[in-house]
Design a protein around this ligand. Sequence first.
Ligand SMILES: C=C(O[C@@H]1C=C(C(=O)O)C=C[C@H]1O)C(=O)O
Length: 353
Amino acid sequence: MMSGLYQKAEEQFKNRLPFALYSKPGETVAVGIFQKDASLHFTTDFKEEGFVLAPFHGEQFVLLPKEKSDVFTEAYTRIAIENNNTVFGADVAAKENFEQLVQNGVDAICKGNFKKVVLSRKETVSLENVTPFELFKKLLSAYPTAFKYCFFHPEIGMWLGATPEQLLKASGDRIKTVALAGTQVYHEGEIKWEIKEQKEQEFVTEFILEGLEDYAAEKNSSKPYTFRAGNIVHIKTDIEARLHDRQDLEKIIKMLHPTPAVCGLPKEASKKFILENEGYNREYYSGFLGELNRDFAKDKPENSDLFVNLRCMKLQNGKANLYIGCGITKDSIPEKEFIETVNKSLTLKNILG
Ligand SMILES: C=C(O[C@@H]1C=C(C(=O)O)C=C[C@H]1O)C(=O)O
């Protein structure tokens, strides 16, 4: 059965018009924003209302503006998702390349160029006869606590993902963000973290709290805790604050993005290393996306809900390009880091096929 929301999305896609379908963590409502023209709009001052998609690098933040779009919402019920047990073969060349990249990152850290860098790779998987909408629906059921989305623009392409990481939630002058780092495969029973991973996550918390210093008061942060995202777990700290001036939203977003969780510390040196060494274009992976200045489901202004674009893929010519990365510090072991990217890639591989 085709519902109204998906019928509209199929038509929009057929007509090569931009749209975003998404559902927020913990909610069972899907929102569709359907832009009425095919133009490429960008944010200018972050005062616009709409759906934003920002790349990892660069200042051109794509916007589906509210006033140029139709908005629909639709409740859904989660269904049981079977893990498809397809075994994806390991690509020897990809493994060697990534491990060399990680080793170069470790060497640069040991030389003192920076403290942490997040390195990533792209993996291409063939798609069986499946539409983006079917994949999006699977994401809705498989990842209740993630931000699930399907974004299309004729000049950008088709992106889908289920990200566990909030970049920023703003409600009037109240903001929330998180410090996320450390990764291991989920298992039953107590999850233990090594000191190295705890330290790495603390760096991220410190970076955010220091960055907020000039803009916010009443800063509060939770204790770090274990947070599950599909088949893996991370360490997470919740951070809340009150802005001195709500107009500083743009400055806060630019201070946070790209966060040490997807770029590194310090930001500029690690970013330079990524751009010069990764050897491919991340495009919108590890950028951010979501609601800008409007909660579309509740139809409320002055609410932004932005997420880091992780566990995502770009669909192109019957294939899915998956993007996966991990944080590198001086103690990183290249092979372990490669395995971590394989584990993270299962978030999406589990719904493909
Ligand atoms: C970079 C990614 O994930 C990030 C890196 C993590 C890590 O280094 O342990 C953990 C969570 C995310 O903040 C990714 O999934 O591609």
